[in-house]
Design a protein around this ligand. Structure first.
Ligand code: COA
Length: 333
């Protein structure tokens, strides 16, 4: 994983992207900002009060960061108006828009929407919902994406499966009870994301407790339907299901359970039927297989807005910022 993140950081350095960090009251954010600026990974906007940020930073060198205070920013009224226009059909008034725009996470996401930042990283001291709700309300989905979802890059040490032990797991962090159409869209987005971040050809396994009809139930039928739909949406991508995990990654098992499959035995993208499966699976890989888990990373948004775990380190924030830069550059193409 260190290798994966090193490569992503090197790619980010060439992109000159600007990432907004709204959690400027958290020392890990400031430590990360100092490292990002020193390494030249991204330009940084810290959202917050300048005096408070400088007091918390102490000796950290964050002089290269731009500091924007939502309360005094010269474009404050433009931001309030923009949020009001976006959400007035949901009962938002100018008064409530002003209050919402004083929230640092909402403000940072609006910076991305209005093109003053290329992406946002938040979640060190906010819940996933507090980071993701502003994202789905303000920047919304990217053209061609039916929904936003969240994935983890999982790098298993000394592992011959997947892409040299590297996998993408989705959805493992956002969409709780996806419909068949949602699962199909998550599969298609995940294939593109895998190609972008891991730079290998995606082989997408639609996972189940059954392989190719070995069991029959409404659950297996849903995965079969999602597989069919994903194949229709992305006919050029190797997508197959329904597959059990062993059939998906172990060539010998694949040969007996799913002969002729373009994916079985070589899968590197795992698509789960719901958030329970996706979240449980990544934590098992992380804790029992001692895999590095990077995420949750969002995909399918018009601008990359990425969530952090509340137990994250400053280096985790640096990594998330680098990934956000690479995602932002891909969206501009
Ligand atoms: N993709 C795109 N848009 C989405 C979306 C998705 N996955 N989920 C919700 N939306 C849209 C809704 O359609 C709605 O649009 P509108 O208000 O313009 O009509 C808007 O976002 C807000 O929806 P709302 O109902 O207020 O939010 P929600 O309760 O559906 O929550 C999340 C959306 C993202 C906040 C929710 O899915 C969530 O909390 N996910 C995180 C789960 C979690 O805790 N993960 C931690 C494990 S690591």
């Amino acid at each position: 994983m260190a290798k994966f993140l090193d490569k992503i950081s090197e790619r980010a350095k060439k992109l000159n992207k600007t990432i907004a960090l709204p959690e400027s009251d958290d020392i890990r954010t400031l430590q990360a900002a100092a490292k990002i600026l020193e390494r030249g990974i991204a330009n940084i906007v810290l959202v917050g009060d300048e005096a408070d940020i400088k007091a918390l930073a102490g000796d950290l060198d964050i002089s290269g960061a731009k500091i924007v205070n939502p309360k005094t920013y010269e474009k404050k009224d433009e931001y309030i108006q923009a949020f009001y226009e976006l959400r007035k059909h949901k009962g938002v008034t100018l008064e409530s828009a002003a209050e919402i725009m004083s929230d640092y996470v909402y403000f940072a996401v609006m910076m991305a929407k209005l093109g003053e930042a290329d992406g946002v990283v938040s979640g060190a001291n906010h819940s996933s919902s507090d980071t993701l709700r502003p994202a789905v309300q303000i920047v919304k989905t990217a053209p061609g994406a039916a929904l936003a979802s969240a994935f983890f890059i999982i790098a298993v040490p000394d592992c011959e499966y997947g892409s040299n032990g590297t996998f993408l797991f989705a959805d493992s962090g956002m969409v709780e009870m996806p419909s068949v159409e949602d699962v199909a869209n998550i599969a298609v987005s995940s294939a593109k994301t895998f190609e972008l971040l891991v730079q290998d050809v995606p082989k997408v396994a639609m996972l189940s407790y059954s392989t190719k009809g070995s069991a029959k139930s409404p659950l297996t039928a849903a995965t079969i339907a999602a597989t069919k739909r994903a194949q229709e949406l992305a006919p050029d991508v190797a997508i197959d299901g329904e597959l059990q995990v062993d059939a998906a990654i172990v060539p010998k098992v694949a040969a007996s359970k799913a002969p002729g499959s373009p994916v079985a035995g070589k899968a590197n993208v795992f698509i789960f039927p719901d958030l329970n499966c996706g979240n449980i699976a990544y934590k098992i890989a992380q804790r029992l297989a001692k895999a590095e888990a990077y995420g949750p990373i969002t995909q399918g948004l018009a601008k990359p807005i990425n969530d952090l775990s509340r137990g994250c380190s400053d280096e985790d924030i640096v990594g998330a910022v680098a990934i956000t830069c690479v995602q932002a550059a891909a969206q501009k193409k």
